[in-house]
Write a new protein. Sequence first.
Lengths: 357, 328
Amino acid sequence: MSPPPSSSSSSQHPVYHLTVARILEFLRQPDAVFWSYFFPVLMVLALGLAFNKRQEPPVLVDIVDSQLHAAIKESLKQNRQFVLKNSTIDEARVRLRTGRTDLLIEKATEGTGHVYVFDPLRPESVSARSLVDESLQRSAGRKDTIEVIDRPASDVGSRYVDFLVPGILGMNIMGGGLWGVGFAVVQMRIRKVLKRLVATPMKKSHFLWSLLASRLVFQIPGVVILLGFSWLTFGVATQGSLLAALVVVLLGAFTFSGIGLLVACRANSIEMVSGLMNLVMLPMWLFSGIFFSTDRFPDAIQPIVQILPLTPLIGALRAIALEGAGLFEPTQLMRIAILASWSLVSFAVALKWFRWT
Amino acid sequence: MSHNKDKNDYYQQQPAIVCRELRKSYPGKPPVEAVRGLNLQVNRGECFGLLGPNGAGKTTTIEILEGLLQPTSGDVEVLGRIWKSDGEAIRQRIGVTLQETQLSEKLTVRETLDLFRSFYRTGISVDLTVNSVSLDEKQNARISQLSGGQKQRLAVATALVGDPELLFLDEPTTGLDPTSRRQLWEILRAIREKGKTILLTTHYMDEAERLCDRVAIVDHGQVIALGTPRELIASVGGDHIVEFSVAADQHSLVDTSQLNSLDDVTSVRDEIDRWSLNSRMAHRTIPALLSYLEARNLTLAGLTTRQASLEDVFVKLTGRNLKEEQSV
C-alpha cells in the first residue's frame, strides 16, 4: 500500500466539500450523466433531422377513370411532387375521407372537364387542389400575368432546428433543476443522510448553497455539449451574445433548483417526489413552447402560459438566439423578472417548510 | 480571557449528560408515549449503556440528547449546556452515529471523512481517523464496496473526526456478524481509554456487559434499573444460574419452597419446561439439588449452570424475556 495523499489540506470550506461531494456522486452515476447531457442531444438530432427535409412534401392525388389518369399523368409528369394513383370511386372516397389521399379527380358528367373532390377543412387537401389545378392549367397553356420569384426561407437561423434548440435547452434546465436537486434531497432524506448532517455543526445554509452551486456546475457542460453539437451538426448559432445566453441559463438553473427544492422540501418517498415532479413539469412540457411557439395557444390561456417559469426562460433564450436580443430590452427584462420571482418565492417557501429528518 | 477560562472550567466540571423527567409523546390516537419521565446522569469519561428491548424508548431518548428531537417536557443538559441556547457549541463537541444511516454509496471513505471533518472547527486528521477504525486499506474504496462491519466503522469514524468529548452510538452493532461486532467493540474500548464519554444504546446484553461502565435498563420509556453490570447482576441474587429439568410428567411435583431452601439459592423461577435457580455458590447448590431430587425420587432430565447476565436482570425486573421481544 502506498501512502495516501496527505490530508493536511482537507479542511477546506464546508461548501466546497459539500459541492465536491455532490459533483462526484453525480459523475459516478453514468445513467444520470447520460440523461442530463446526452438525451437532449439525441432529441435535437432526431427532431432536427425529422423536420429538416429540404424537398417539399408530396401531394397525393387519386384519379378515377384510367383515361383521365393517363392524361393527367402526362401533363403533370414534369413535377415529381405529385403522386398519382388510379383507383375506383369507392376506394378513392375512402382514401380521401381517411386522409390517405389529398385530392380526388373524376370526370365531369357533362362536357370534357373534370371534378376536384377535396376536403375544405384539411389544409393539405385545399393546397393539393390549387397546386394540381395550377399545374394542369399551365400545361394547357395558361400564362402567368405577374412575374413572381419564390424564395423559400430555409436560411440558417430560421429553420425548425434553430427554433428547437433553445426549447430543448430550457427543457434540460428544468429537468436538471427538478431532478438534480429535488430527487437528490429526497434520497438523502430517505437514507437519513440529512438527519446525520444536521447532527453535525454543519450550517444548513451551507448545505443549500452547495446544492445550488453543484447544480450550476452541472449545467454548464450540458449547455456546452448541446450547443456544440447543434452547431457542429446543424450549424445552429446564436444571433445574440453567448454571455447573455449564459446569464439566462444560470438564472434558469437557479430558478429550477429552487423549484426542485420546494417540491422536495417535505417529500419522504421516491414515489411522492416523482409524482410531484411530474405534476409540476407536465404543464410546462405542454404549454411553455419547447417544441412550438406559445403564440399558438388561445388567448384565454395565455396568462397561465406566460407565467409558467419555463415560458420566460425559453422565450429569453430564443430572443437571444434567433433575434439577437440582449438582456435589457423591456420584454427580456420582464422575462427575467418572472424567473427571478419564481426563484425567490420557491427558495423562501422551501426553506420555511424544509424537513431535515 | 479568564472569564472564558472560568466558563470552560465550569463546563468541564458538569456531567456529560443530565436529563430530568424527560417525556416525549408522538401525536396520534391515542398519543404514543415513547419516553415517560426518564432520569439519567452520565459522568465524564464513562461508557454508559441504555439497555432495553426494541420500542423501549432508547432511540427517542438518544435523539433528544443529540438535539434531533424536541422533548415534550423535561430538562436536558449536554456537556453542561442546553440545546436551545448552545446548540452550535454542543454539536461541535459531540459525535453521533444514527441507527442505520446509509452514507452516500458513491463517495469513498476518505471523501466522506473529508466532508465531515470540514464541519468541525477542531478535530483530528482524516488519516488518524481512518486508522483509529482500521479502515486504512479501504480509505479509497467507495462506500458501496464496504461490508456491513466496515460501513459501521466508517459511521463511527464520521463521529470521531470532529474529536468529540461525547460520543452517541445508537445500536452500533445491530445486524453485524460476530467478528465485526468484536472488532467494533475493540475500537470502542480504545475510544473509551482516551477518556471520551460514550453513550450507547443496545438490546444486546453481552454488549452492555463487555463495554459499559454503567448501564441503565430502560423499559416502557423509563429507567427501571441502574448500576454497573456487576451490581445489576448481583442484585438478581447471585452470580450463578442453575437450570434443571425433570422428566416431563414430574415437572409439577417439584416444590418451589423446597428449592428456595436449598443451599445458597436466592430465588427460583418456573420456566414451564424447566426450573431456574439463582445461586450465590453453584458448587454448593448443585449437590443439594441432586440430593433433593434423589430424596423425592425425581428423574433429572437436564442440568446446566452459567454466569448470571444482564439478560437475567431484565427477566427478573420485567418478568419478560428480552429475546422474545426482539423477535417481534
